[in-house]
Design a binder for this molecule. Sequence first.
Ligand SMILES: N[C@@H](CCC(=O)N[C@@H](CS)C(=O)NCC(=O)O)C(=O)O
Ligand SMILES: [Fe+2]
Length: 359
Amino acid sequence: MIFRQLLDGATSTYTYLLADPSTRAAILIDTVFEQHLRDVAILRELGLELRWTLETHVHADHVTGAWLLREATGSQITAPARAGVTGADRLLAHGDVVTCGAVALEVRETPGHTEGCVSYVLADHRMAFTGDALLIRGAGRTDFQGGDAARLFHSVREQVFSLPSTCFVYPGHDYEGRTVTTVAEERAHNPRLGDHVREQDFVGYMENLGLPHPKRMADAVPVNLACGRPKDPNAGPRTPTWGPVIRTFAGVWEVPAEWVFKHRRELHVIDVREREEVVASPLPQLHEAIVLPLSELRSKLDTVPRDRPVVLLCPAGARSAIAATILEKAGVQQVASMRGGILEWLALGFTAAELRTPA
Ligand SMILES: N[C@@H](CCC(=O)N[C@@H](CS)C(=O)NCC(=O)O)C(=O)O
Ligand SMILES: [Fe+2]
């Protein structure tokens, strides 16, 4: 199985990617709206087709990326049946199985953090995704959205701690950067829910957490109840439309050399090689390209034209990637690095002169 654990640092939320290596079909568990382009990038770079998005619950601290991903990839939105959401393609109840090629996830209702929480367990019981029911050495709070400490106690004991002791447990969040635990570890060492803790101790513990409500709760919950569909349908991180621009998992906007060639007269092309390199290099200067070396870029930001999209290039597309990031941070709206660089340009059979604009 292909497996990735992805982090949204702003909310300490984990998103899990599971995919079948032979059919390339993929599942994402608990996506984050703001991480849309990251999720699309990892799917593209690993050659995966997103089949399902899964939620462990209606989140109170962040907005799900499920709706954006369905728009972008045609994936199907699932949600726990008891979560009360509208707009899902499939509602999941206890005992249901979500399959995706050879990957199968069993649905276990684990209410208590919220009324509609579920956990997902791999069919061979090697991994469980517990959302905020069981956290590493902790448990999700139980003070809103139908939360109930006694129910959570039974959910974890009966649905998670009954799994094999070696089963890996992947939580929905970790606020200390811990990534994974096991059933045995939590049974032995979880201070709230370990085998040594009685139900009334857990309830007393949870009633006295005294946490402020999540900062984004009032905005996030209604949107999550609509599967992440924002009130403004154009909101959210989207792929630009000025060209076939993609955001890589490395976080760089890129366009293909072939497209740059065809559209070169509608762009500003900037060569970020050093000046002496442009003169001495066996790689020719593309004639209409502006030479603005990477080492000068930060101090000459105001010389970068902004009236057309800006495409950056260098020998292989490495330095131009950094340059694109610098310009993006400087507020240039339409900017991308040319994938593969001048080497790719030449490999495609284009010559240096072809960037010349006819007089
Ligand atoms: N400071 C965070 C709070 C996040 C929060 O309350 N997280 C919930 C999960 S949605 C939780 O159960 N936290 C457990 C804990 O902090 O012990 C925010 O404002 O978003
Ligand atoms: Fe939560």
